[in-house]
Design a protein around this ligand. Structure first.
Ligand code: SF4
Length: 214
């Protein structure tokens, strides 16, 4: 079992070429500080950390070096708001440096601050793929599920999507969202093909230029 310090020093050494005990120690502490991981916890083992601290340790490790592609699976889960902001800032810095990031998240506020493109998944399938500006701004998403996600946010209409997602092992033949969708028709008993941006038989119409201006 390795301490967080030991894991950070090894990662720094392998990915950045830093050598020497003192230099590795300094670089590891700098990496920890970047993710707000407290220095006085560096000599603890992973099982001695809370979920939030373990999350910060993982973020600190992931941000070392210049990963050609960073995968971040729910990177803000379990963090309080200040730490969410700090993590989001660091991930955005990674993207602004021209390095790709694939983030999987339920945190739409974090996605809004980081993402350039948004892919919405429902029941294990991508149902909408669009630019983040389009998704979070005007004209907004066009898939009914994507719309529902945004409308459920407290700073929008705070209206939950009715019903529950289907069991992944017992998906219907047609659209998996049909039982919860107010735009469903008989056509939706057939699986909607993914067109490159949408998988929906009756997407929300895009607003006209006049509507966008109003
Ligand atoms: S395919 Fe039909 S049921 Fe599915 S999201 Fe589109 S309109 Fe709703």
């Amino acid at each position: 079992m390795r301490t967080i310090r030991s894991q950070l020093e090894e990662t720094v050494g392998r990915l950045t070429g830093v050598r020497g005990r003192a230099a590795l120690r300094t670089a590891a502490e700098r990496a920890a500080a970047r993710a707000e991981f407290p220095t006085d916890h560096l000599d603890r083992h992973p099982h001695e950390l809370s979920g939030g601290l373990a999350q910060r340790a993982a973020t600190a490790l992931a941000l070392i070096g210049e990963a050609p592609l960073l995968l971040a699976d729910e990177p803000t889960t379990g963090l309080d708001r200040d730490l969410v902001d700090r993590t989001v800032d660091e991930l955005r810095r990674h993207v602004d440096a021209g390095r790709p990031l694939l983030m999987i998240t339920h945190d739409l506020a974090a996605a809004r601050r980081i993402a350039d493109r948004v892919a919405v998944m429902y029941a294990g399938r991508i149902v909408e793929l669009t630019a983040a500006d389009t998704f979070f701004g005007t004209p907004g998403p066009r898939h009914p599920y994507s719309r529902g996600l945004l409308e459920a946010l407290p700073d929008r209409s705070f209206t939950p999507i009715p019903g529950q997602p289907p069991e992944l092992g017992d998906l219907p033949d047609g659209c998996a969202f049909a039982a919860r969708c107010d735009r469903a028709t008989d056509a939706c008993t057939a699986l909607p093909p993914f067109t490159g941006s949408l998988a929906c038989h009756h997407p929300v119409p895009a607003p006209t230029r006049k509507e966008i201006r109003a």
